[in-house]
Design a protein around this ligand. Structure first.
Ligand code: ADP
Ligand code: MG
Ligand code: ZN
Length: 492
């Protein structure tokens, strides 16, 4: 029997997002880029876990947490509690992590995901605040080994977002991660930079016989630093568990890693049970109280969220889902797109979308810069597309001009006039190019008359080359057609 029919995957996600505050969760130390900063350069007695110090809650972190929780349509608890999660590990100098446990900041939300088969709402179980741990680097050299500890990350505000186990495939897991990252970035809470570790996604994966009510034994996969790794790791883990069950072997509850090279998950450690952490209320922090007014104020300050934007784009611009998903994932890109449309009323939204998704995105990919870092402005792109629309320049010239705008920030008008790129539509000029080409290739002309129709496109290419790409393609086609006919008649 087909294994996909026999078994089904059940997946829930725990996501840790560092909050983009200036200072840490419980002290005044700055939040620094741990991939860049000098190790242990942003540490004080509080985040280093010295005895006798007192934590103070960072209000900005709570506000970011509220923004995310409200964007996820959660119920906000008027009062939530911080707790100590005790465990001993060198990256945790206090010997416990301050987190929220049985009374989290927010519960019962949902996230709308967009999959090839349509939209789905995935339930969010809880959203809570905690602090990040330090960073350990294990070094093995000369037959010995030691570990380096960087506490710059210790105490950085961290938001944990936990879904219900309602996802059913690797594709859905990816769609969930994409949608959540997009929301985190829309509300300004997190940069979404998975390579830098500021957004960490941990899928819990189990499988069961299709139709079973009980959940199967789950594993949790750690250290996935891209959507691609996430999707592949989940697909592999689902297949691995199905294989075990089919052979009648047990799945162990454990934490697994992802081997990027061999593309397999592997055992890291057996999971601690909840009791091991001996949670108890944090005695140094008062309950976190959040007023109705504050909640409403934050709610009002939220931007239009991705799934609302998706529907509006469908209504207003009649684009397909694929195009819309690409345009709305990043708020800056979506705003840019709409600014171009406003500045170029003669150009169709569809043409703007095509230029953005095709040319602009590929320039971004090639150069590795973000749209907001590039020199391209919405007004600039609008001016360029208007010139194309008015046939002042042709498509291929426009692509070159765009690349130049991207680097120099010059206006398209300036680039076109400086480099003499304006499209030439003057028939007498084009006619000369056409005649030159036809005269230079008499054998090809003869072959064309004999029926090699395909040569017309080749002549076209030669004329464009003579024109250095600047000729109006439609006029070239017309003149070429006419000249070929005239010559045939003259000969015949
Ligand atoms: P923890 O991992 O900290 O013990 P939970 O038990 O609340 O926390 O579960 C964490 C995540 O695992 C949640 O996203 C939840 O949906 C998911 N999950 C729980 N049980 C299963 C299961 N049997 N299969 C798949 N996912 C599960
Ligand atoms: Mg877990
Ligand atoms: Zn500190």
């Amino acid at each position: 029997m087909d294994r996909a029919v026999e078994y089904e995957a059940v997946i829930g996600l725990e996501v840790h997002a560092e909050l983009e505050t200036r200072s840490k969760m419980f002290c005044a130390c700055p939040v620094v880029d741990v991939t860049q900063a000098e190790p242990n350069s942003a540490v004080c007695p509080v985040c280093a876990g010295m005895p006798g110090v007192l934590p103070v809650v960072n209000r900005r972190a709570v506000e970011y947490a509220l923004r995310v929780a409200l964007a996820l349509e959660c119920e906000i608890a008027p009062m939530s509690l911080f707790a100590r999660k005790n465990y001993f590990y060198p990256d945790l100098p206090k010997g416990y992590q301050i987190s929220q446990y049985d009374q989290p900041l927010a519960r019962n939300g949902r996230l709308i995901i967009s999959t090839p088969t349509g939209e789905r709402a995935i339930s969010i179980r809880r959203v809570h605040l905690e602090e990040d741990t330090g960073k350990l680097t294990h070094v093995h050299e000369n037959g010995g080994s030691y570990s380096l500890l960087d506490l710059n990350r210790a105490g950085v505000p961290l938001l944990e977002i936990v879904s219900e186990p309602h996802l059913t495939s690797a594709e859905e897991v990816r769609a969930y991660a994409v949608a959540l990252r997009s929301i985190l970035r829309y509300v300004g809470a997190n940069s979404g930079d998975m390579q830098k570790g500021v957004l960490r996604i941990e899928p819990n994966v189990s499988v069961r016989l299709r139709g079973d009510k009980e959940l199967g034994v789950r594993t949790e996969i750690k250290n996935l630093n891209s959507f691609r790794a996430l999707e592949r790791a989940v697909a592999h883990e689902v297949a691995r568990q199905i294989e075990l069950l089919r052979r009648g072997e047990p799945v162990f509850q454990e934490t697994r890693g992802w081997d990027e090279v061999r593309e397999v998950t592997f055992t890291q450690r057996r999971k601690e049970t909840e009791d091991d952490y001996r949670y108890f209320p944090e005695p140094d922090l008062p309950p976190l109280e959040i007023s109705r007014e504050w909640i409403e104020e934050v709610r009002r300050s939220l931007p239009e969220l991705p799934y609302v934007k998706r529907q509006r784009f469908q209504r207003e611009y009649a684009l397909n889902t694929y195009e819309i998903d690409l345009l709305i994932e990043d708020r800056f890109v979506a705003d840019f797109f709409e600014d171009v449309i406003r500045s170029a009323p003669q150009v169709s939204p569809h043409a703007v979308a095509n230029w953005m998704i095709g040319e602009v995105f590929s320039l971004l990919n090639q150069t590795g810069v973000l749209l907001e870092e590039s020199h391209l402005s919405p007004e600039g792109l609008a001016a360029l597309l208007t010139m194309v629309q008015r046939q002042e320049i042709n498509q291929s010239t426009a692509k070159n001009v765009l690349a130049e705008m991207f680097i120099s920030g010059k206006s398209p008008e300036k680039i076109v006039s400086e480099q003499g790129l304006a499209q030439i539509s003057d028939e007498t000029v084009i006619q000369e190019w056409v005649e030159d080409v036809l005269q230079a290739y008499p054998r090809e002309v003869a072959a064309y008359w004999e029926g090699k129709e395909g040569l017309r496109q080749w002549f076209f290419g030669q004329v464009m080359r003579a024109a250095q790409g600047k000729a109006n393609p439609q006029v070239v086609h017309q003149v070429l057609q006419r000249q070929l006919e005239q010559r045939r008649k003259a000969k015949g």
